[in-house]
Design a protein around this ligand. Structure first.
Ligand code: GTP
Ligand code: MG
Length: 222
């Protein structure tokens, strides 16, 4: 698993509190309760890494996780490291800090209006300002059409060229056929020129985990 060894770094209430803006990072975004934190745990293979909950509005901060630092790999082990860690930089390249960020869920009505407005602003700021941001993993429930937040995120990616990978999650709630149909319909609805890919996913059943890991690695390598 290229995303193993992820570690909690910090939880930020605003963008200015995030780790230094260097290296590469991928953000996990989506509506409240869509399954962002669960997806992060499934992809890193670390169950308790990001906190999950049945109650929407669980993640109330931007939570930053680092992947193992590749800079300390001795040259003699570089070859081996390349094989073990698909993200490792080639010998002699500058070190690469790699992070995954769990964003607060969007759109939960019971979160106070003031807090929702705060997160709307901070997510907006994050997307516009974060130079190390290489791409977004957008997580949406496969059983429902995309909602306003999801559309806004796709529009943003379309407008700025930021790559986006859509995980249609909770696929375990549908038959394989229904899931495939939902994916096909979703792809059809993407505007031409959008840098987005999409796949079926389930954190609980492990569906699409390998495909999603590869997609995250591809985003980090841009
Ligand atoms: P917030 O932090 O509140 O924005 O939510 P989140 O998007 O991080 O969702 P979280 O991962 O906490 O999951 C929300 C609920 O959905 C939990 O009860 C999870 O167990 C459940 N869940 C997440 N992924 C899946 C999945 O693939 N299948 C099923 N059946 N349930 C899932
Ligand atoms: Mg969460």
């Amino acid at each position: 698993n290229p995303l193993q060894g992820a570690q909690f770094v910090l939880a930020a209430h605003r963008v200015s509190q995030l780790p230094a803006d260097r290296g590469a990072e991928v953000a996990f975004a989506g509506r409240s309760n869509a399954g962002k934190s669960s997806a992060l745990n499934a992809l890193t293979g670390h169950k308790g890494l990001a906190r999950t909950s049945k109650t929407p509005g669980r993640t109330q901060q931007m939570v930053s996780f680092s992947l193992p630092p590749y800079k300390d790999v001795p040259v003699s082990r570089a070859q081996d490291a390349q094989e073990r860690l698909p993200l490792a930089q080639a010998e002699g390249e500058p070190s690469l800090e790699v992070r995954l960020v769990d964003l607060p869920g969007y759109g939960y009505a019971k979160v106070p209006q003031e807090l929702r407005e705060h997160w709307r602003q901070e997510i907006d700021r994050y997307l516009h300002q974060r130079r190390s941001l290489r791409g977004v993993v957008l997580i949406a429930d496969i059983r429902h059409p995309l909602k306003e937040f999801d559309r806004m995120m796709l529009d943003f990616c379309f407008a700025t060229g930021l790559p986006c990978h859509l995980l249609l999650t909770k696929a375990d709630k549908l038959s394989r056929n229904q899931a495939a149909q939902a994916l096909a319909a979703m792809r059809k609805s993407f505007p031409d020129g959008l840098h987005a890919t999409a796949q079926v996913f389930s954190s609980t059943a492990g569906t699409g985990v390998d495909e999603a890991r590869a997609a995250v690695v591809a985003l980090l390598r841009q």
